[in-house]
Design a binder for this molecule. Structure first.
Ligand code: HEC
Length: 136
């Protein structure tokens, strides 16, 4: 269902905007609103809080999003376990980010499970994406 919606949104958007981070944000906000009609829109402050929170799961107690993605999403990071470099998460620093909804979903699923021991909610993903878009 989520994938179908993403495809529809992309098909409806003008070609130049297809796959833009703003489309991903709109998609997650729409999902969050379906789950909670009182949802007032994505909050970059809550996104920043999630980014800096420490993990509780298999990645270890120190391992929040920032532990792999660096303290600032405009900076390159490094994988905590493998040491592999990770390109910056903020689209301002890395235009390839948040352009492919399937790619974003895959990594949200994996990393949220790793850090929070559960999947992120649509609201958390909307907050996080807005935080990344506004990191300039
Ligand atoms: C153990 C290391 C690690 C942690 C912790 C981690 N990530 Fe990641 N993340 C990665 C790797 C590796 C990739 C994929 C490599 C790449 O895209 O450069 C990635 C990619 C992503 C992407 C893909 C973005 C895109 O569109 O290309 C998102 C979104 C993301 N992470 C969100 C998060 C969030 C949210 C958290 C915290 C809940 C988090 N990550 C914690 C390692 C990590």
């Amino acid at each position: 269902m989520r994938r179908v919606l993403a495809v529809l949104l992309c098909a409806a958007a003008p070609a130049a905007l297809a796959g833009a981070p703003a489309d991903l944000l709109r998609d997650y906000e729409a999902q969050a609103r379906r789950g909670d009609p009182g949802f007032a829109g994505a909050s970059p402050a809550r996104g920043a809080e999630l980014y800096r929170r420490s993990g509780i799961a298999s990645a270890g107690p120190e391992a929040g999003c920032a532990s792999c993605h660096s303290p600032d999403p405009r900076w390159p990071g490094r994988h905590g376990r493998t040491g592999k470099p990770i390109a910056p998460l903020a689209p301002a620093a890395n235009p390839e980010r948040l352009a492919d909804p399937a790619q974003a979903e895959k990594w949200f699923r994996r990393n949220c499970r790793d850090v929070l021991a559960r999947e992120c909610t649509a609201q958390e993903k909307a907050d996080f994406v807005r935080f990344l878009i506004e990191a300039k």
